[in-house]
Ligand binder design. Structure first.
Ligand code: AMP
Ligand code: ZN
Length: 737
């Protein structure tokens, strides 16, 4: 029997449903005002594997997965540009429900691509507002809720077991550590069941309390009761759902129905990308399409998730995805050969033992990583191929890797193929290898792959071959390439450009460098920072055609600092000039830079600079003396990196990275200067493409990083504030660019 870890009891428990033979399962589904990311998909994969394991044990599973198509839809939020994608769609005249329909469809496509079994019902929140209102009325009647000015709140103190799931004690919640206290609430721990519509709100419904919209948690309580009854067997979600979402669901449902709500709470740990929480501004939030665009099979992601237990964080990297793709391709190829091998079945008991081992691992709190390692042991074992495929095809009803699709590929058999094979074997026998190679290519064109083994030619359908690895030659970190820092200078200037997916800007920037290089010896070192907008292809062609352009490729966005470091490690210029793609040269910048840096006291020059008095606020300053040189355009002698070291890779976002680097240079005793140079700064898309929220979050993070390191080094400033006025703590930064 399947055993799972129940968040409520902190124990691994056998799943025994309320009604023998059937399991009611509720999975918290997506918010459909954006694409789901691969972290969300990891949670849905977990639910899919649980469901398949239950089906294996003969249960009938009824799964409900809600579609959250309400909320996040206030006109003023949109006016502030909080969600650019929605704002753009609205500007095009799309309605909120059209936008939701678009992202719902995209979500279904992702589930299909990942072979996630469709839920029995995907109820939309907006179709169930009457059920929510009924439940809220019930809570009011039973004294668990109160109304204030058209808002209805759940009275948390009326529900004594509140906090059990998340082990949050009420006293702590009431402490009011929350950012904004809501004056309408009796206790700050109370949560909204219904909210009055504010002026300008687009999505709202009439209710006994006036026009408004449901709170964030009531939809799951109302819809789970509607489709599965007051008590459900299994409820799944990601760990971030535990509090407040699921805590609030329990309070609402149990208070309204008077019955226990959920028998087993199962929560999946998060997926991290490059060790960090995924965020658009960090450049590490990936959708399934992002993986497909890079040439991966969605099944490679499914395989990757199988290799990490659901209660463990999964650190997603492209290197690990590539390894998963290779393992998956190997498995497909083996499966095909096993299935197309005609031999006898082997010892029944041996086969049965493998079978048991696999399902025991699955039953033990969904031990899929163990199940996968048992699978590979079985693959290496002496079991006859026929038994191997028989086991694997059964196991794939759980794994869901679509191995039967691979096995269904038939070897093309035609007269042409037979003739070519015969001719090729004659050619090989008579040592005409060029002919034999040509015939092999002709066979490939017919869909047959021939390889030569000790036992003669081996034939496979081309369809089972691994995908072409579009990322071949791309690296996953700056350290993956050698540092040439100790190598002698080869050219006067290394012009370094980081391609972040704004192709037109990139083209303008590179063209302006080539047009203004004059007689200087330069190399242009471009780092393709995991772009998927066509920049990668353009750069490949352009660098192949122009020997002055060197291309380094990252297999994903390494972040600003690592991306720059990748180029720096391979640069061979006496001077490094770093350009943002928003920059365009309009004349010779090289002669004045070389002149300024010929002064050994000067370590860093640029076109735009900043000054500060207190290390907390930096303002633009025309120079020539400045406290920091802005990173859009800066130049330094390459050898200085031996003293300062490369950029600090923690700065994934560009802001403050340049200030931090300037301080490293000054710390080593060098001056920083602004020069009058023929340069134009165009729209900086690294900033303008982000929402306010993302800007603020990332800016703050980098600002804190900077303050921790330099917050007390007033001596490094040109005009520091007097000692007695200096701050002793670190207030948060304000976001300005
Ligand atoms: P949301 O659309 O944010 O409500 O999330 C949908 C589902 O994905 C919920 O079950 C979340 O708990 C889950 N989820 C959100 N972020 C992640 C993540 N990084 N890794 C795994 N699951 C996640
Ligand atoms: Zn939910």
């Amino acid at each position: 029997m399947l055993r799972l870890y129940n968040t409520m009891t902190h124990q691994v428990e056998e799943i025994v449903p309320l009604h023998p033979g059937t399991v009611g399962m509720y999975t918290c589904g997506p918010t459909v005002y954006r694409y789901v990311h691969i972290g969300n998909l990891r949670s849905y994969l977990m639910a899919d594997w649980i469901r398949r394991a239950l089906v294996h044990h003969g249960f009938q599973v009824r799964q409900i997965k809600n579609i959250t198509d309400v909320g996040h839809m206030r006109q003023d939020m949109l006016d502030r540009g909080e969600d650019k994608m929605i704002a753009a769609a609205l500007a095009e005249g799309k309605t909120p429900s059209q936008i939701a329909a678009f992202y719902t469809e995209a979500f279904h496509q992702d589930e299909i691509a990942l072979n996630i079994l469709p839920a029995n019902v995907y109820p939309k929140a907006t179709d169930h507002v009457p059920q929510m209102i009924t439940m809220i009325k019930r809570l009011l009647e039973r004294g668990y809720a109160y109304e204030v000015n058209g808002n209805v709140y759940f009275d948390v103190r009326s529900f004594p077991t509140y906090g059990r799931l998340s082990t949050n004690r009420l006293a702590e919640l009431q402490g009011g550590e929350r950012a904004e206290a809501d004056p309408l609430k009796r206790s700050q721990a109370d949560f909204a069941l219904w909210k009055a519509a504010e002026p300008g709100r687009m999505v709202k419904w009439p209710s006994p309390w006036g026009d408004g919209f449901p709170g964030w948690h009531i939809e799951c309580s109302a819809m789970s009761t509607y489709y599965l009854g007051p008590q459900i067997d299994l409820h799944t979600g990601g760990v971030d759902n535990i509090f407040p979402h699921h805590e609030d669901e329990i309070a609402q449902s149990e208070a309204a129905t008077g019955q226990p709500f959920v028998r087993y709470w199962v929560h999946g740990q998060h997926l991290l990308a490059d060790g960090l929480k995924m965020a658009k501004s960090t450049g590490n939030s990936y959708t399934l399409s992002d993986l497909i665009e890079r040439g991966f099979d969605p099944m490679a992601f499914r395989y990757l998730c199988l290799t990490v237990h659901y209660r463990t964080r999964l650190n997603f990297t492209f290197a690990s995805l590539r390894a998963a793709q290779h393992a998956y391709d190997r498995l497909r190829r083996l499966a095909w050969h096993w299935a197309h091998h005609s031999d006898e079945a082997g010892d029944r008991e041996v086969k049965e033992a493998w079978r048991q081992q696999f399902w025991n691992a699955v039953d033990d709190d969904l031990g899929l990583p163990q199940a996968i390692s048992i699978l590979w042991e079985m693959a290496r074992s002496g079991l006859p191929p026929r038994d191997k495929w028989s086991l694997l095809s059964e196991w794939d009803t759980l794994l869901g890797l679509r191995l039967a699709d691979t096995v269904a590929a038939e070897l093309p058999r035609s007269e042409d193929v037979s003739r070519l094979l015969e001719e090729r074997s004659v050619a090989r026998r008579t040592g005409r290898y060029a002919t034999s190679d040509r015939l092999r290519e002709e066979l490939q064109a017919q869909g047959v792959l021939v390889s030569d083994t000790r036992n003669g030619p081996r034939l496979e359908p081309i369809a089972i071959l691994p995908r072409v690895d579009r990322l071949a030659g791309a690296v996953s970190s700056a350290n993956a390439v050698a540092s040439l820092l100790d190598e002698p200078d080869l050219v006067e200037f290394s012009v370094q450009i980081l391609a972040n997916g704004h192709l037109a800007d990139l083209q303008r920037c590179i063209a302006s460098v080539l047009a203004n290089a004059g007689h200087h010896s330069i190399e242009i070192v471009v780092v393709d920072n995991g772009t998927t907008d066509g920049s990668a292809e353009w750069l490949q062609e352009t660098s192949a055609a122009n020997p002055r352009i060197r291309l380094l490729r990252a297999d994903h966005n390494l972040g600003e600092a690592e991306g720059r470091n990748l180029g720096l490690r391979q640069s061979r210029g006496k001077i490094v000039l770093q350009l943002d793609t928003a920059v365009e040269l309009t004349g010779d910048v090289f002669t004045p830079i070389a002149a300024a840096l010929s002064d050994p006291k000067v370590g860093l020059v640029g076109r735009w600079g900043l000054r500060s008095h207190d290390l907390r606020h930096f303002e633009e300053h025309p120079g020539p003396e400045v406290d920091a040189v802005e990173g859009y355009f800066c130049a330094f002698p390459r050898r200085i990196l031996k003293e300062t070291d490369f950029y600090d890779p923690h700065y994934r976002f560009y802001r403050n990275l340049d200030i931090n680097f300037s301080f490293e240079v000054k710390w080593k005793g060098y001056a920083t200067r602004i020069l009058e140079l023929p340069v134009v700064l165009h729209e900086h898309r690294g900033w303008t493409a982000l929402s306010n929220e993302e800007r603020e979050k990332q800016s703050k993070r980098n600002f804190r990083r900077f303050l921790n390191k330099w917050g007390h080094d007033f001596d490094l400033l040109i005009e520091p504030i007097p000692e007695d006025l200096r701050p002793h703590h670190h207030p948060p930064s304000t976001v300005q660019e």
